[in-house]
Design a protein around this ligand. Structure first.
Ligand SMILES: [Zn+2]
Length: 263
């Protein structure tokens, strides 16, 4: 069976284990069903997530022109503290930015490799955690907009990382931490103006990924350098496919690639 289409991040469904789907324009692939099976991936050309043209993918699935002009790729996407829609100040497209930034956001603590702090829209929970391959997570604060969440994150960044070590995450080399204790500890770092957003709910969410065996060593597949790859799928975690030989494929990192997948 052959599928082809533009890569976008996998759609997930929280369950035990999590379910993964790769959506193409007219078709979708149930990725969990491919475990233990041989898959061939071939890069045919590109299709930018913004303009749809066959141009070199620069970052986040966008060509260089789209990356530097679309609101979806603005710097405040990566750094929420730079948001200005709450002040009515436009960066690239005020209407888009208002819709995106002026909605409830959460600041969370999660462990996918080490303790990490992050910001996401409330509507992106638990998707955001699954995309990062988090083993467990808790909500630290819930704010009215993106800027406020960004300010809290900046204050916590001195005490926890905002990055995930993907090799450790994929090898399931994950420490056992008491997230609630961390949360209590971090409470004192919230800036005065944002202290009212602290969430006292101490629920901890845990995630189970469809992985038959975690790799001991990982090597990353880059379709820009290697146009074609074939291997037996042994797991899915975060936005990665894990193969029997330790090769891992970052699906999200290949957004905007147009590929053929043969099962
Ligand atoms: Zn483009």
């Amino acid at each position: 069976m052959t599928f082809e289409g533009q890569i976008r991040k996998m759609i997930t469904e929280n369950g035990k284990p999590i379910r993964y789907y790769l959506n193409f324009k007219d078709d979708y692939l149930d990725v969990n069903q491919q475990l233990e099976k041989k898959i061939r991936i071939k890069h045919l050309h590109n299709e930018c997530l913004g303009c749809g043209l066959d141009k070199e993918i620069y970052r986040m699935g966008y060509c260089q022109t789209c990356f530097f002009s679309l609101p979806e790729a603005n710097e405040s996407i990566i750094r929420p503290e730079l948001s200005t829609a709450h002040l009515g100040i436009e960066q690239r497209d005020l209407e888009w930015e208002k819709k995106f930034e002026l909605q409830p956001h959460i600041v969370y603590l999660a462990v996918s490799s080490d303790l990490k702090v992050g910001v996401t829209r409330a509507a992106q929970i638990p998707t955001r955690w699954i995309d990062q391959g988090a083993s467990y997570a808790t909500i630290f604060a819930k704010t009215d907009n993106r800027y406020e969440a960004g300010m809290i994150e900046v204050a916590l960044k001195n005490h926890a990382s905002d990055k995930t070590n993907w090799q450790k995450m994929l090898k399931n080399d994950v420490p056992e931490l008491d997230l609630i204790q961390q949360k209590d500890l971090f409470k004192m770092y919230i800036p005065e103006e944002e202290s009212k957003f602290y969430l006292s709910d101490d629920s901890v969410y845990t995630f189970e990924y469809p992985v038959l065996e975690f790799p001991k060593k990982v090597k990353s597949l880059n379709l820009k350098k290697q146009r074609e790859f074939e291997g037996v799928l042994t797991g899915i975690k975060g936005q990665y496919w894990i193969f029997e030989d330790g090769t891992v494929w970052n699906v999200r990192g290949h957004e905007g690639f147009y590929v053929e997948i043969e099962l």
